[in-house]
Write a protein that binds this ligand. Structure first.
Ligand SMILES: CC(=O)SCCNC(=O)CCNC(=O)[C@H](O)C(C)(C)COP(=O)(O)OP(=O)(O)OC[C@H]1O[C@@H](n2cnc3c(N)ncnc32)[C@H](O)[C@@H]1OP(=O)(O)O
Length: 425
């Protein structure tokens, strides 16, 4: 292997399918089909068909079937990208899409690749239901049996209780609490009000609707299965309407503030980003939208001490990743024209902002926060969100046309956080 080189990584563009609420229009679509649709959209737009056009494809899914094996490679084989394109899977819960971008970018930085497509897909509609563990052991024993009698003997141990499937839960294995329940504890610790959450949610819908209306998402969103806009989007969303919804997650009956309107819905979808060296972009005549200039990740010990962590809750790792990233980059929050915080829950965005403020990083101007809407309006197919945000932010910077900077902050299950900075000169 050649010794490291350091090069800039350009974000050339992105493509995603419209996101759909789970058990809706994409109920019969697999991760692979959705990822292929997004990939083909990118291939068509940036003329990536010929062998070698893309050095590598990096993608992942949080809810992945064992049959998908290497989902990224299977996607390449079913797409218009050359079958000679290497591909691999990556998974870091809701940080997957951004982590795929970072993994792909690092090889470009080091001069090992020239271009990459990175992102992810997820479907809660087609979640990988597992076979009950006891039944799985019986089936494995039957498969190992050398005689028909042995197989029958093994299978005779099957009881009705063994037929109960192993259903993936949207919960932390170590606490048994759902993401929403964890976020509710953090919201309470930071004193996040229902009104502030509903305001953030309404703004997300209004801004996404405006972004569609002014054509900002043209090219970034490729139609799929009858949808050309995110199905979750409610253009008429308002604080008054959101205030009428019943709470769904809360710590106690006295102060439940989280509703279906200020939480992301379970969502199906796929999103990808095209990255390249400056040389690749120049040779192919593509003007980079922006450059990736820093990335960071962090984790919180959400089970140490207090079981769910209080102010340091499950989704608070960006409160550590962002200060670290800013310090290394020699920047402050005021240096950013755009701030993109993944809206897992409105309360979690507000708690992250409060944590940054408490640490002395300053206050984020709301006119710079999630200006084209975010996950509360688009929905959140776990592994797709990072690539959606990278492509959105890069286009926002390019659209502005002047030198600028954008910050990305994504919280993830497992107490993880993945963050990045995009710049345009
Ligand atoms: C790191 C991370 O990202 S962690 C985050 C991971 N993601 C999650 O954990 C997903 C969390 N979300 C969920 O589990 C579910 O979406 C829930 C529990 C919040 C809600 O589920 P459901 O109750 O099925 O939601 P549903 O879509 O039916 O909405 C409930 C009601 O609110 C209404 N509603 C939802 N959003 C809005 C809105 N923006 N404006 C107005 N009304 C709304 C719906 O119309 C529905 O009304 P109805 O009962 O009259 O039909």
């Amino acid at each position: 292997m050649k010794l490291p080189t350091t090069r800039r990584v350009a974000v050339i563009g992105g493509a995603r399918i419209p996101f759909a609420r789970s058990d809706g229009p994409y109920a019969t679509a697999s991760n692979q089909e959705m990822l292929t649709a997004a990939l083909d959209g990118l291939v068509e737009q940036y003329r990536l068909e010929e062998p070698g056009a893309v050095s590598e494809f990096v993608a992942g899914a949080v809810l992945k079937h064992s049959r998908d094996f290497n989902l990224a490679r299977e996607t390449v084989l079913g797409s218009r990208l050359a079958a000679t394109t290497p591909a691999y899977d990556i998974q870091q819960a809701c940080g997957t899409g951004l982590q795929a971008v970072i993994a792909a970018a690092n090889k470009i930085v080091l001069g090992q690749t020239e271009s990459a497509v990175a992102g992810g897909a997820d479907t809660a509609s087609d979640a990988p239901l597992g076979v009950n563990d006891s039944l799985r052991k019986i089936l494995l024993a039957a498969r190992r049996a050398k005689t028909t009698g042995g197989r029958v003997k093994a299978l005779a141990r099957v009881r009705p209780s063994h037929l109960v499937p192993d259903i993936p839960r949207n919960a932390e294995p170590r606490t048994g609490l759902s993401m929403g329940e964890h976020a509710a504890v953090t919201a309470q610790a930071w004193g996040i009000t229902r009104a502030a959450q509903d305001e953030l949610a309404a703004t997300s819908h209004q801004r996404l609707a405006a972004a569609y209306d002014r054509g900002f998402l043209d090219g970034l969103v490729v139609p799929f299965r009858g949808l050309d806009r995110d199905q979750n989007l409610r253009p008429g969303s308002s604080v008054e309407k959101l205030a009428k919804l019943n709470p769904v997650f809360g710590v106690n009956r006295a102060n439940p503030t989280m509703t279906a309107g200020n939480s992301t819905p379970l969502t199906d979808g796929a999103a990808l980003t095209l990255l390249a060296s400056e040389e690749w972009a120049r040779e192919r005549g593509h003007e980079p939208l922006a450059y990736l200039s820093a990335y960071e990740s962090a984790a919180v010990d959400f089970i140490g001490g207090d079981v769910v962590g209080g102010e340091d809750g499950l989704l608070m790792a960006p409160a550590y990743a962002v200060p670290r990233m800013l310090e290394r980059a020699g920047l402050g929050l005021a240096d950013f024209d755009f701030v993109e915080i993944h809206e897992a829950f409105a309360s979690q965005v507000l708690a992250t902002l409060a944590a940054w403020e408490k640490q002395g990083l300053g206050v984020v101007d709301r006119d710079r926060l999630n200006v084209a809407g975010s996950s509360l309006a688009t929905g959140h197919p776990f592994a797709a969100t990072g690539a959606r945000i990278v492509a959105t932010l890069a286009k926002l910077l390019a659209e502005r046309g002047t030198p600028g900077r954008g910050l990305i902050s994504i919280c993830a299950a497992g107490g993880l956080g993945v963050t990045a900075i995009l710049e345009r000169e």
